[in-house]
Design a protein around this ligand. Sequence first.
Ligand code: GCU
Length: 675
Amino acid sequence: HAEDGYRLWLRYNHIDNNKLLLSYRKTITAIHVAGQSPTMDAVKKELELGLNGLLDTKIAVTSRPGGNTIIAGTREALTTSKLLPQGAQVPADGFLITTNVANGNTIITANTATDILYGAFHLLRLIQTHQSIENLHIISSPRVKLRLLNHWDNLNRYVERGYAGISIWNWHTLPDYIDDRYTDYARANASVGINGTVLNNVNANATVLTAPYLQKVAALANVLRPYGIKVYLSARFSAPIEIGHLKTADPLNDSVRQWWQAKAKEIYQLIPDFGGFLVKANSEGQPGPQSYGRSHADGANMMADALSPFGGIVIWRAFVYDPQANDRFKQAYAEFTPLDGKFRKNVLVQVKNGPIDFQPREPFSPLFGAMPRTPLMMEFQLTQEYLGQGTHLVYEAPLFKEVLNADTYAKGPNSTVAKVIDGSLYDHSLSGIAGVSNIGNERNWTGHLFGQANWYAFGRLAWDYTLSSEQIATEWIQQTFSNDPTVVVSIKQIMLASREAVVNYMTPLGLHHIMGNGHHYGPAPWSNNAPRPDWDPVYYHKADAKGIGFDRTASGTNALQQYQTAVQQLYADSNTCSDQYLLWFHHVSWQHKMHSGRTLWNELCHKYQEGVDTVGAMQHKWEQLKNNIDPERFHQVQMLLAIQHKDAIWWRNVCLLYFQTFSQMPFPANYEKPD
Ligand code: GCU
């Protein structure tokens, strides 16, 4: 099927502008790839596939480059063959693309083959987005070292919070059957610089660490390796008991330590470049070191010691909360900041972007900037658990950027979250960022076609978080749909409006976690009978006759105190706190005067309506593209937008009618009364 979305942003359809096509054909008459290795072969294959498609002609592969040739090779190889132009500055990490004006050759070079592969994808992107490739001089280096997907995929192929079919990993047929999809997955990731993947769910099954499964993991690692992607596994802390038949998983117990050491050795024999372990411990019922009176650091260090002889790392998650606590917000900070400086060198602590759980909008987690001696890894969620899942169009780049650009003030102004993550604020050489994957076995990978944009944007921002949401959207649209300005402008408007839309129709003004317990899809603000109080919406919105919102200031739980003073000052006063975070930090009266001049109640009505209206406008814009987009993809998105619009109305009606039982205030005049 030509237009089922399978090819993602790597479509390589021929350039439909004749003038451009001819000029590209003039600049590129041949490909020369220096040296042979699985990765250099991948470079060659991709350049051939891409250029033959885009230029709609067979581009010769040559061993003796003349002029107007794309030359790809390491600095070393091209220096030897004298193909590297004099004075070329090859960055330590990343790539250089430079035109040799003397002969018209375009040189893609780097210190490693993987970086050359990134350069090759970059060049193809320039052509896909109709940019000039004359006189190039591009130096591009990644800002963050570990750029990982986290799959929440179970071994039975059910994907936790997955909305795109079942897992792409077919554990049943592995290791003997290698699905082509694994290679295409690797290509897509490499094209945006993703260099690692955690294959299995953080709620881990120890079985993945048994010998037969490690064979399967090794088979996947073999497919991904040429594309520069390392494999990692979520490790279940109690694995020594479950598959090692020990009586304990106590991290200070010698047999336990030896078991992990032997396990590490076994893994590295099969997968010499294995990345390491991701661990969810003492969180939501998962086993962990606290079960033995030990700390997160004891647990992480024990595993880190097992992996360090082989160069592996431990990524220890900070997603912890306690049903007894009066404010879930505070738990991760309380448990982890005392451990700062206690982790081994090969441990990173992975923190979700916000203090609660992947809401449409959260303030940044106060852990960022609060653990100077520990490299902190960012965890974003590409799968839209609380953002309409595989059904709603929500472009997440603005969410990611909002968090990365937030100022922690940890070392004075301009101590952004991004600088914590890239290691620059505290001079850490390890740095990382993770995206919880939205990929499944659906034909178009992500269920919603626009979920692809979140995968794409995550990779692009992990490489360079200074790119704007708009830039990333533009290039994604150009590659995925078309370079036609009408298409680009309209889809970009849809995408850029979509994040604020979901905030408005689900959780405006700082409301959060009022989705139904369990599924997290639709609204259930009334719900108060979940298995734990901190899974209940009423815990978070605290609506009563006086008002609504969670008081996290000094008069409430004082979670605000976990931030630097300058951040506290931004939010501490309900009269100056920005509307976006008002109900995150304050319980305010229904009559509270908002910055707009409206009462809080009227503002809430206004925001819910604005969310609905934005989705209406998104639909309208999409409709106008009917003749510019292939019918398959047009129709799919059209149907999903219609559901999104219905859902937005549902959210508005449910939330306002419920909250009105407390506010007892009428709907504003001219307001479409919910029913
Ligand atoms: C959320 C999500 C769970 C997931 C957890 C985690 O709570 O609903 O399905 O396991 O996050 O990140 O560990």
